[in-house]
Design a binder for this molecule. Structure first.
Ligand SMILES: Cc1cc2nc3c(=O)[nH]c(=O)nc-3n(C[C@H](O)[C@H](O)[C@H](O)COP(=O)(O)OP(=O)(O)OC[C@H]3O[C@@H](n4cnc5c(N)ncnc54)[C@H](O)[C@@H]3O)c2cc1C
Length: 500
């Protein structure tokens, strides 16, 4: 008989921002539950959640043009932008609660206020941006957004981008000062440090290799201890698969019917990092452009001021690329081994449909540094090669599934929560808008997996997230209060922080 090493109420697989958020929510709601984490790497937050592996944008749809599509009648659809902004407000409230109650400290170590801007060039694009601005700026969620096509104003906002720019084509931008740069790596580490102080045991160097339902209705994990090389077995009532790119394989191992007919398509990324302090100092914003034809929506390069290790940095990217790995530290066999009899047709259909995307990604991988510099020069016309280095970003695995609208094998660009019918296991797949909306996504898991408790938990959830269950857009007074109190608690100010 197998020896069961430990039994828990909750297992969190993966020590990224998603598990950190779910664990923290659960510890506030039911402190007595025993929570255990298994992470295959030696540290927390080392995959997509790490600060160098993602772009650190607090996605509130303030600058990302792919969240506001132009409709065939020429008007701009802002429903997705509203949805993402509302979700980000939920995260901001939860982080504020944690800081106010001293569960985590020094908010400036993980969040900074930073203008979010959209920048376009060419008459048609300027027209689109103007329409987008008009549609958003009337909405209370996007108040404070400015639009300009005046080169002098733009020079004031983004000198690095406007210097030496040819004036043949019109340029326009929107700017909103209340945007944020979020260090999700630092936040993940803070949340796990807090969880450890509350007796949550984090097993680093432990790779989960199998998940099985047992006859007593629990879930048994087969775990390889990568340090000792031994195999362990652990049991829990509830399992969250927060393995990032590793989630799909684990979901497949669980055998739940809800995990069938789903595939994954990996998209890798590369950032360019500026190594010249004089250039870094000339920029202070996240500036998103418009996607090139054929580019996947989450791979629109942007020029971002970042705050990492209390230092101002400047990053450009991510450039999309193709690698068959599902995690940055994954295996080249990840894509092949994710194809199972139940998702084969779905994957084949996606393969046929997405030939142009695959071609685009492969072309992107082949780009030389100088070709990448040419893309950067669309933002900084006189950018010099020697000022920029390439670094490999995190890996995203986009979900492929059969949908009513898209048919068989449709590539999804959002996040997908998969839960078993009885709510005893949940997995998070997909990538965008990702870490920014972790709190809302984890609340969805609580609602789906713990329906018997959720009503009893509501008062505490409302204490943590005052807008819980209420659309902020329709509650202007509450929105004002939320903006004021989160800005104060999270120390978000318009002033540029001074570094020693
Ligand atoms: C290039 C790029 C840019 C991005 N930009 C942004 C952005 O600007 N804003 C934003 O909000 N989001 C962004 N995202 C998305 C965001 O980074 C992710 O949504 C988020 O970090 C996912 O968190 P996670 O906890 O699910 O996964 P991860 O952080 O990847 O954590 C998963 C963990 O599970 C572990 N694991 C996997 N398999 C196993 C196993 N079998 N056993 C044990 N452990 C396992 C891994 O080692 C890893 O530590 C970006 C992502 C990428 C790749």
């Amino acid at each position: 008989m197998r020896k069961i090493e430990t039994t828990s109420d909750v297992f969190l697989i993966g020590a990224g921002i998603m598990s950190a958020t779910l664990g923290t929510l659960l510890k506030e709601l039911v402190p007595e539950w025993k929570i255990t984490v298994f992470e295959k790497l030696s540290k927390t937050g080392e995959e997509s959640s790490n600060e160098w592996n993602n772009a650190g944008t607090g996605h509130a749809a303030l600058c990302e043009l792919n969240y506001t599509a132009e409709k065939p009648d020429g008007s701009v659809d802002i429903s997705k932008a509203i949805n993402i902004n509302e979700q980000f407000q939920v995260s901001m409230q939860f982080w504020s609660y944690l800081v106010k109650n001293r569960l985590i400290h020094n908010p400036q170590d993980f969040i900074r206020q930073l203008p979010h801007m959209s920048l376009v060039q060419g008459e048609q694009n300027v027209e689109f941006l103007k329409k987008r601005f008009e549609a958003l700026s009337n909405n209370p969620l996007f108040q404070g957004m400015e639009f300009s096509e005046d080169p002098e104003k733009l020079m004031e906002w983004i000198p690095l981008i406007m210097q030496n720019r040819s004036t043949h084509e019109p340029v326009a931008a929107t700017k909103i000062d209340s945007g944020t740069d979020v260090n999700f790596g630092a936040l993940t580490r803070m949340l796990f440090a807090h969880l450890e102080s509350k007796d949550v045991h984090i097993n680093h160097n432990h790779s989960v290799t199998d998940i099985k339902r047992t006859s007593d209705g629990l879930w048994e994990l087969k775990v390889r201890n990568l340090e000792s090389g031994t195999v362990e077995h652990h049991k829990a009532k509830f399992v969250f698969i927060g393995g990032g790119g590793g989630s799909l394989h684990l979901l497949q191992k669980s055998g739940i019917p809800e995990g069938k007919h789903i595939g994954g398509f990996p998209v890798s990324g590369i950032f360019m990092v500026c190594n010249n302090p004089k250039v870094i100092e000339q920029h202070h914003a996240k500036v998103y452009g418009k996607a090139k034809v054929g580019a996947p929506p989450m791979s629109v390069p942007h020029l971002d001021t970042r705050f990492i290790d209390n230092k101002k940095s400047l990053l450009f990217g991510p450039f999309a690329g193709f690698s068959p790995k599902f995690l940055k530290t994954g295996s080249v066999f990840d894509l092949v081994t994710s194809v199972k009899p139940d998702n084969l047709l779905t994957m084949l259909a996606a393969g046929a449909k997405e030939m142009s995307l695959t071609k685009y990604l492969i072309q992107q991988v082949m780009l030389s540094k100088e070709q990448r510099m040419e893309e950067l020069r669309e933002f900084i016309p006189n950018a010099k090669s020697e000022d920029w280095d390439l670094i490999v970003a995190g890996q995203r695995v986009q979900v492929i599934k059969d949908t009513e609208d898209g048919g068989k094998g449709t590539l999804q660009f959002g996040t997908e929560v998969i839960t078993s019918e009885d709510g005893s296991i949940a997995a998070l797949l997909g990538a965008s808008p990702g870490a920014s909306t972790a709190v809302q996504v984890m609340l969805e898991i609580l609602r789906k997996c713990f329906p018997q408790y959720i009503t009893g938990w509501e008062p505490k959830i409302k204490e943590m997230i005052p807008s819980y269950g209420l659309p902020l857009m329709e509650n202007r007074e509450l929105l004002r209060e939320v903006h004021l109190s989160t800005a104060e608690t999270l120390c978000l100010s318009e002033k540029e922080p001074v570094f020693s």
